[in-house]
Design a protein around this ligand. Structure first.
Ligand SMILES: NC(=O)c1ccc[n+]([C@@H]2O[C@H](COP(=O)([O-])OP(=O)(O)OC[C@H]3O[C@@H](n4cnc5c(N)ncnc54)[C@H](OP(=O)(O)O)[C@@H]3O)[C@@H](O)[C@H]2O)c1
Length: 392
């Protein structure tokens, strides 16, 4: 087992969680030599010389062989990860936004430098989805991965459906409990789920897709009318990230609220929990469930990556290495529910077929078939429209 000398960037929720978990774990021979943070005047549980504000202290220390990057700034994280690799250090990171934007380049630098990059904590916190996709699902039998990948939005939806709260109050409660960021945009708009879906897809199917090409719709416009529509049919609304391989081998992806029936595993994934369903050719469905965020669950996932490094573990990106990388397509049609408050907004949606239509006082809806290709064309105007969309 390799002896590890660790430099940590960030001592927030996850950094502190990792630090505590490391103190309690005897399974890894690791010493933390520096923890680098940003602000000078914060009260901390650790002090100098362990604590530093000098980012170069870790990078320029030749004894540090592992950099653990846990900061909340994706642009700076990217520079830190790159510089660490070029300085001959392996990296563990939980920064999904950074991975989703730079995965291709960082895999290349990893190969160039021979160092290792691990980031299981970046997708679904404590659920070990990435290493499982790498090692167990290293065949071409996967058909789809469906998940609730964001704990904050799931907490909000649970409060709405189970406890009868309205969106604004449920959001406030999620923020007060620390499940949602003070700026929750990334959670409720589906961006956070999308970053995770991009990472998961790279390991499941070998393809790295740009976030600009994937349709995403969040839960921030959900209304009492939408909730009532779901409840009358015995359904719950969940923010779902999905990647599917079609019969022709092409891959499609989206992050969209879905109306979920009680016979589905994810119907019962409640509160801040995450759930992932892996569907394959001969084994049907498997379900992974657990905490997707928080100091200790995420800290434990980071510890698991650190332990893996002590055994010289690397992601091999087997789906990219040994299989033909599939094509991505948005030529897939979905059955959706669209609620719109102004009649003129319907013209933006090019439905192929309409199954049901309702016009009420100030609220209207359509149930129909529309392609991801048509939806992605209007993705920039959608956030400004008073509409809600969900897959039925
Ligand atoms: N929270 C979760 O449950 C969770 C789950 C999975 C993944 N993640 C990911 O893990 C990362 C950390 O999240 P978090 O929730 O722990 O964030 P956080 O609580 O906001 O803490 C961020 C930490 O980063 C430090 N920092 C920011 N910019 C820095 C810089 N330029 N140099 C050095 N330190 C810097 C901050 O320093 P100061 O203390 O001086 O402000 C703070 O200690 C993010 O990428 C997040 O997406 C989080």
């Amino acid at each position: 087992m390799k002896k590890l000398n660790i430099g940590i960037y960030g001592f927030g929720v996850v950094g502190q969680g990792l630090y505590s978990v490391l103190q309690k774990s005897k399974t890894v021979d690791a010493k933390v030599s520096s923890v680098c943070v940003k602000q000078k005047n914060k009260i901390r549980t650790i002090k100098e010389p362990l604590l530093t504000l000098d980012r170069e202290k870790i990078l320029n220390n030749p004894d540090v062989n592992v950099v653990v990057e846990l900061i909340d700034d994706a642009a700076e994280a990217y520079h830190l990860v790159k510089e660490s690799l070029y300085k001959g250090k392996s990296v563990v990171s939980g920064n999904k936004k950074m991975w989703a934007a730079h995965l291709e380049e960082l895999i290349h630098i990893q190969n160039e430098t021979g160092k290792s990059l691990l980031y299981d904590a970046s997708a679904c916190g404590s659920i070990p989805i990435i290493r499982n996709l790498e090692e167990y699902y290293d065949n071409d039998l996967l058909k789809s991965i469906t998940g609730i990948l964001n704990g904050s939005s799931n907490y909000i939806l649970t409060q709405i459906f189970r406890d009868g709260k309205v969106y604004a109050n449920a959001l406030k409660e999620a923020q007060a409990l620390g499940f949602a960021e003070s700026n929750p945009e990334s959670d409720v708009s589906g961006s956070d789920s999308l970053y995770k879906l991009i990472i998961i897809t790279a390991h499941a199917f070998g393809i790295i897709v740009s976030s600009d090409d994937i349709f995403r719709f969040g839960i921030d416009n959900i209304s009492d009318f939408d909730v009532q529509f779901a409840k009358e049919k015995g359904l719950r609304i969940k923010l779902i990230a999905r990647v599917t391989k079609a019969e022709d081998g092409k891959i499609s992806m989206y992050v969209v609220p879905e109306f979920v029936s009680p016979d589905k595993y994810i119907y019962n994934v409640e509160d801040e929990y995450n759930g992932v369903i892996i569907e394959g050719e001969f084994y049907d469905k498997q379900f992974m469930f657990g905490k997707g965020a928080g100091a200790y669950p995420t800290g434990s996932a980071v510890l698991s990556d650190i332990t893996a490094l002590s055994h010289n573990y690397k992601y091999e990106y087997k789906k990219r290495k040994y299989f033909k990388i599939p094509e991505f397509t948005n030529r897939v049609s979905l059955k959706v529910y669209l609620r719109y408050d102004r009649t003129e907004d319907l013209r933006h949606f090019d439905f192929e077929e309409i199954f049901e239509q309702y016009a009420g006082l100030g609220t209207h809806f359509v149930v129909g078939k529309i392609s991801l290709e048509k939806l992605i064309k209007i993705k920039d105007i959608l956030p400004g429209l008073p509409v809600f969309l969900g897959v039925l």
